[in-house]
Design a protein around this ligand. Structure first.
Ligand code: ADP
Ligand code: MG
Length: 605
């Protein structure tokens, strides 16, 4: 009996069903049709060409832009029992020729190459004699000058393929969906009537949240402490901010490392490895950090600054939760971020080849995009819905899984509080700002208050049971509704308006909209809560093997696989095989060790 795509899916990758789009791409490639696959990060593009590889007779060449990507993918394949190798400049001359000789002997089923290799004479000699049935172009948007990741050497792919005796099937994959990029890929890679496979942009396992903290560094620390033991990325808008935030985290006992274009290659690579291999749990980075990251167990992406458009935000935030497990995408918004973005738009340098008109056009477009980004940060509607609409995808009115959907707003009557605040402003002579008024109302005996004898005021301490931020929130709302005004530049003071007298006389009510406590988002997390002890124990075993084999932990098993083990609690080979992400090879290599831990835990429980 010959294996079919489902056998391969289970036997090597340990999965029982395809995700959206995968089967369509696999079928087309197996039928000899080119494929253009446009699927978001984490959708599972690799399987689209890896499964056909294992069913077709010849070998597959995968063209991939980054050394770190190749290394991780090849590691993962070898762990799954597939004979794979990469050819790039991380190999020594001797290693490269050895790998090439092995390849010529037919030892590898799938070979990852950097696009620059396609021009080298030794590689061409090999390719002309090899039986190449499939060429997969990963991150295919690199062929387009419209994208941010343009790689000139991607333009050689077409020339290379044209030199082969038999034209292989070509599959091109990317997460970038703009029309310019799509048509560039088809044209520049010369795809023949490709099956175009597109899936929705939604990432249901991601939780989206926007916060407007008064103190970003405190909030960041709190968020990270709540997520200790988890891998996460913190994106900042500038190198300087990266340095600052990374230092703050390290000083506070968080294992953090950094990445930006100002560091030399060696340090960048070293820091990236520290993160991928879990030696450091948090990566603080500019947007220079990203495409090379296939780390599937990133549990949170926090934006310390707002990025300049939704495209960048969705791409960066999307690096969380590739394994399909729950992950958080949190944006810390402040108005100052908008000015930083404006500055970047005004001062881009890489536009020198453009005419003044073109430059003006791009600037306008960027400003428009920035506006949409700011709207995301300030909207009261569903955040997921907002982004899906931006990308032209269908969406529900409310996803129930973003900070806006989980915040209930209520209208509260604050007439009594407003009367107290307004009379305090009047009795202190309309001479003070919000902070001072709040202190008087709360009865804070500060030196300044005593000096001005405000502690003898009848309103001193009449709101001593109300928290300062709540008083300030009501003051903000009173100002929005024009009961009061801030007057004067520098240190503005509060003055009451005509509107406030009816309130003080008890002839008018004041109502404000207030966020109720956020509903907690414990959805889907029960399994982990129940078995978190087992989950942590399994992580320890995973780390042991990761170190032993010199691969990242998620290459041994993804978080999704460990979660499934906690659910299934397998104690026999058969049961272990039924865990999502466990194929033949993983069972043979690790089944016993992981089942031993599960049995121990079972006995204790
Ligand atoms: P992409 O390249 O589209 O960003 P990957 O190919 O890296 O995504 O896959 C992301 C994750 O999804 C990997 O951990 C992979 O093992 C997992 N995955 C892929 N296909 C499936 C599937 N059919 N069932 C379960 N998990 C899958
Ligand atoms: Mg990929």
């Amino acid at each position: 009996m010959t294996a079919d795509k489902y056998d391969i899916l289970k036997q090597y990758f340990g999965y029982t069903s395809f995700r959206e789009g995968q089967e369509q791409a696999v079928d087309a490639l197996l039928a000899g049709q080119d494929v253009l696959g446009i699927m978001p990060t984490g959708a599972g593009k690799s399987l689209c060409y890896q499964i056909p590889t294992l069913l077709l007779d010849g070998i597959t060449l995968v063209i991939s832009p980054l050394i770190s990507l190749m290394k991780d993918q090849v590691n993962a394949l070898v762990q799954q029992g597939v004979s794979a190798a990469y050819l790039n400049r991380s190999l020594t001359e001797a290693q490269y020729h050895k790998a090439l000789a092995n390849a010529a002997n037919g030892q590898y089923k799938i070979i990852y190459v950097a696009p620059e290799r396609l021009e080298s004479a030794s590689f061409l000699r090999f390719a002309l004699h090899a039986d190449i049935s499939l060429v997969a172009v990963d991150e295919a948007h690199c062929v387009s000058q419209w994208g941010q990741d343009f790689r000139p050497s991607y333009l050689n792919i077409n020339k290379f393929i044209a030199r082969l005796h038999d034209r292989p099937i070509i599959g091109a994959f990317t997460a970038t969906a703009t029309d310019e990029v799509k048509s560039d890929i088809v044209r520049l890679l010369n795809l023949h009537h490709p099956a175009v496979v597109t899936t929705g942009f939604d990432r249901p396992n991601l939780f989206f949240s926007v916060m407007k903290p008064k103190n970003k560094s405190e909030t960041l620390l709190k968020l990270i402490r709540e997520r200790s033991n988890q891998s996460g990325v913190v994106y900042c808008s500038t190198r300087k901010k990266v340095e600052e935030v990374c230092e703050l985290l390290n000083r506070s006992g968080v294992q953090a490392t950094r990445y930006h274009a100002g560091l030399d290659d060696a340090e960048r690579a070293g820091n990236q490895d520290d993160f991928v291999y879990d030696r450091k749990s948090v990566m603080v980075a500019t947007n220079a950090f990203g495409m090379g990251i296939d780390k599937s167990d990133v549990r949170f992406v926090i934006h310390y600054n707002m990025p300049k458009n939704i495209e960048s935000y969705y791409q960066e935030a999307g690096r969380a939760g590739r394994d399909g497990e729950e992950a958080d995408c949190i944006l810390l918004y402040s108005k100052a971020d908008v000015s930083t973005c404006r500055y970047f738009i005004e001062n881009t340098e890489d536009n020198e080849s453009l005419s003044p008109e073109q430059r003006e056009f791009f600037k306008k477009r960027e400003e428009e995009r920035l506006k949409q980004m700011v709207l995301y940060c300030t909207t009261g509607t569903c955040l997921r819905g907002y982004m899906l609409k931006y990308f032209g995808d269908a969406h529900k009115k409310s996803c129930g899984k973003c900070s806006n959907c989980l915040t209930e707003f209520e209208t509260v009557d604050v007439t009594v509080e407003a009367q107290k605040i307004l009379s305090c402003i009047i009795r202190t002579g309309q001479n003070y700002g919000a902070k001072m008024v709040t202190d008087v109302l709360r009865g804070v005996p500060s030196e300044r208050i005593q000096r001005a004898r405000l502690d003898r005021q009848s309103t001193f301490g009449i709101m001593k049971d109300v928290r300062a931020f709540e008083i300030q929130y009501i003051i903000e709302k009173l100002e929005e509704q024009e009961y009061i005004q801030s007057v004067g530049a520098g240190k503005p003071v509060l003055r009451v308006t005509e509107l406030s007298y009816p309130v003080l006389r008890g002839n008018a009510d004041v109502k404000i909209r207030k966020a109720r406590q956020q509903k907690s988002k414990t959805v889907d997390r029960e399994i982990k809560a129940v078995n978190s002890e087992l989950f942590e124990a399994l992580k320890v075993v995973r780390l042991y093997y990761a170190k032993k084999k010199g691969v990242p932990a998620f290459v041994i098993f993804s978080d999704a696989a460990l979660t499934d083990m906690c659910r299934v609690m397998p104690t026999t080979d058969q049961q272990f095989l039924s865990v999502s992400g466990v194929g033949r090879n993983k069972l043979e290599q690790y089944g016993e060790a992981f089942m031993r831990v599960i049995r121990e835990y079972d006995k204790k429980a």
